[in-house]
Design a protein around this ligand. Structure first.
Ligand code: ARG
Length: 656
């Protein structure tokens, strides 16, 4: 049962007599901040006091007299100005946990109104290997998919692969000019990604050279502004000087900014120029930036050679990416990449024009949207379609194919404006009702607080990252095993299996446990810590419960089915039981705003309650009835951890 929903539905009846729509008020029924105020708290009387013009305590008394909660709660109490405190009955808690024992779903109900969701996540550009930036979309999307499905919703996962963009122009150009045939024969994708990097670097080089004079003059003018401002800071007038110094600070910061971007640009140039071979290539390929665009355009126009190369490259690239998904346990129902929509793009533009929603402006076809300064371009002057055009075609297709209630895009925050515009355009063009949602997320940072890069400044490949996590997990697992009082328990192959689960779990959990909208600092040490809010700790807690069963030679399946039950007597038992029953609340919080960290927070809270219980309540040494009851609490905890982790895409291990 979802406790919060149950409480809300009881309140709804009573509040509905006082106001027309109690929905907002129901949001004020929450778990109590402090256990001394009970388990849940309803802060509805204060706002009602304002609306109804009566003292809140009076309203609270009236609500209580009408509420029918005596089966679930102890008599309700009013505190302070009118808080209603709810304390669940021990007997009711026991009844619910006992029900959970025999319930595969751990007493988590299915959604009363199941919806159809299309989840668009991961969606890498496939011409280059997956890198650290792809973790977030992949694991957040995957866990949302799992949670929504667990709650009974229909979820269609669709990996919107970038398989039709400029990156292909890059590898096509690279292949035509720089391929090392032997290397390509031996390891195609590695060679293609070398080509991608090379072409990208040369394009960057020429762009940087083109930008250099502008950057230099920008810096000079900012420095001049600082010089001028310096003369303003010691006029003798205290207030004016203070203001001038503040302004000087701002101008200096702008100089620092310009210095930094000039330095970064010069570094790019130097990296090519100090390498004779690269410098030579740069000299030979002066127009590479436009030529690469032309290769992409040719592909889009159906040029036979480019099309044939694309047909050859694509399966190889996808296979490489698939390896990463397999390892991470991530599956998609569909992988309609951008290329799938190529034939539909002209139709989208026509439709917008037909309905008078798009206009020509300087040769381009634009959708002008209320509330935005710049229009959304859906066809460029040269006839090329854009990312946004494909996204519009994708909405049409998805609506037609699956009739979803919601389409959810798990994509990093830098694309925020794209999604705002594209959603507005999609609403205009025939889809006013579907819920379109951008589940945005922040950046993975290195120790230096900047986007996570390798020492040499390259992006970090996802496979290498997973490998390293597993390697480090192996060390943690081995150390832990070696230190066991009766000597190591795990054979080599088991250590490897455990290390894989722990390493991948650590990466996923670290990502999911951060509020998705914040950036976070990537740290192997933190994510693999055996204590704290980590997957390792959760997996360890799970294995420890299993350890109790083996130590006591307990047949837990049998106990589960054999009619033993949970009795709540100790406060620590009660606290644990209550937390176990909050699993459903936590999942509700996850899907409400697409936030998997609500689940990691919950699991961490649960394992803390479990530790307290385990410290305060002997299990194997207790007399039989208590022992069975406590074993069942242990079992429910382990099952809840396992289920919770599985909704995060993380495996447990029986021993570690
Ligand atoms: N391929 C895009 C990128 O790497 C992300 C696509 C997200 N999904 C979408 N429907 N736009 O930036």
């Amino acid at each position: 049962m979802n406790i919060l929903s149950e409480l809300k539905s009881r309140f709804r009846v009573v509040l509905g007599e006082l106001v027309a729509d109690p929905t907002e008020l129901l949001g004020m029924i929450r778990p109590a901040q402090d256990a001394k105020f009970g388990d849940y708290q309803a802060n509805v009387a204060m706002p009602l006091g304002k609306t109804l013009g009566k003292p809140p305590r009076e309203i609270a008394t009236e609500i209580i007299s009408k509420l029918n909660l005596s089966d679930i709660c102890e008599p309700l109490e009013i505190a302070g100005p009118g808080f209603i405190n709810l304390r669940l009955k021990d007997a009711w808690l026991a009844e619910r946990v006992n029900h959970a024992i025999g319930d595969e779903r751990l007493d988590v109900p299915l959604a009363s109104e199941p919806k159809t969701y299309v989840l668009d996540y991961s969606s890498p550009n496939v011409a280059k290997p997956m890198h650290v930036g792809h973790i977030r979309s992949t694991v957040i999307g995957d866990s949302l998919c799992r949670a929504l499905r667990f709650l009974g919703h229909r979820v269609i996962s669709d990996n919107h692969l970038g398989d039709w963009g400029t990156q292909f122009g890059m590898i096509i150009y690279g292949y035509k000019h720089f391929v090392d045939t032997a290397a390509y024969e031996a390891a195609s994708v590695a060679e293609l990604s070398r080509l991608y990097k090379l072409v990208n670097q040369l394009v960057d080089y020429h762009n940087a050279r083109a930008k250099l004079p502008a950057l230099e003059s920008e810096l000079a003018s900012r420095m001049a502004a600082v010089e001028t401002q310096r003369n303003q800071v010691s006029t003798g007038d205290k207030a004016a000087d203070k203001k001038a110094r503040k302004e000087l600070g701002k101008l200096e910061a702008k100089v620092a900014e310009a210095t930094e971007s000039l330095a970064a640009t010069k570094a790019k140039l130097a990296a090519v120029e100090r390498d004779a071979q690269l410098a030579d290539l740069a000299g030979q390929h002066l127009n590479i930036a436009t030529d690469v665009l032309e290769e992409t355009a040719k592909l889009h126009r159906g040029d036979a050679e480019n099309r044939q190369l694309w047909d050859e490259f694509l399966p190889k690239c996808r296979e490489e990416i698939q390896k990463v998904y397999d390892r991470m346990g991530v599956k998609f129902d569909f992988e309609y990449g951008e290329s799938f929509y190529q034939d539909r793009l002209a139709g989208v533009v026509e439709e917008f024009q037909k309905h008078g929603l798009a206009k020509e402006s300087e040769g381009a076809i634009c959708v002008f949207l209320d509330g935005f300064d710049a229009p959304m371009i859906i066809r460029k002057k040269d006839g090329a379609f854009l990312y946004a055009t494909t996204d519009l075609a994708t909405v049409q297709f998805r609506m037609h194919e699956w009739k979803p209630d919601a389409i959810t895009y798990v994509v990093d925050h830098r694309q925020g404006e794209h999604f705002e515009k594209f959603f507005a355009a999609a609403k205009l063009c025939g889809y006013p009702d579907v819920e379109l949602c951008h589940v945005s997320f922040g950046t993975v940072l290195g120790d230096d607080g900047k986007p996570f890069k390798t020492r040499s400044g390259d992006t970090v490949g996802l496979e290498a990252l997973l490998d390293e996590a597993v390697q480090r997990a192996y060390a943690v697992v081995s150390q832990n095993d070696d230190a066991k009082p009766n000597g190591p328990e795990l054979a080599e192959d088991e250590r490897c299996r455990v290390a894989e689960a722990v390493g991948l779990g650590a990466i996923k959990y670290a990502d999911l446990s951060h509020n998705r909208t914040s950036d976070y600092v990537f740290s192997y040490d933190k994510m693999l810590a055996l204590t704290g809010n980590t997957a390792t700790y959760m997996q360890y807690s799970y294995a420890r419960v299993n350890g109790i069963f083996s130590k006591g030679a307990v047949d837990i399946e049998k106990l589960r089915r054999g009619g033993a039950s949970i009795h709540i007597t100790e406060p620590a038992e009660r606290a644990l039981a209550l937390e176990l029953l909050r699993f459903s609340d936590a999942l509700g919080d996850v899907v409400e705003d697409y936030r998997p960290n609500q689940l990691t927070n919950y699991l961490f809270e649960l394992s803390k309650r479990y530790s307290q219980f385990f410290e305060q309540c002997p299990v194997l040494k207790a007399e039989e009835q208590t022992r069975d009851s406590r074993l069942l609490l242990c079992d429910l905890t382990a099952r809840t951890i396992r289920q919770g982790l599985s909704l995060l895409g993380i495996n447990v291990v029986e021993r570690m």
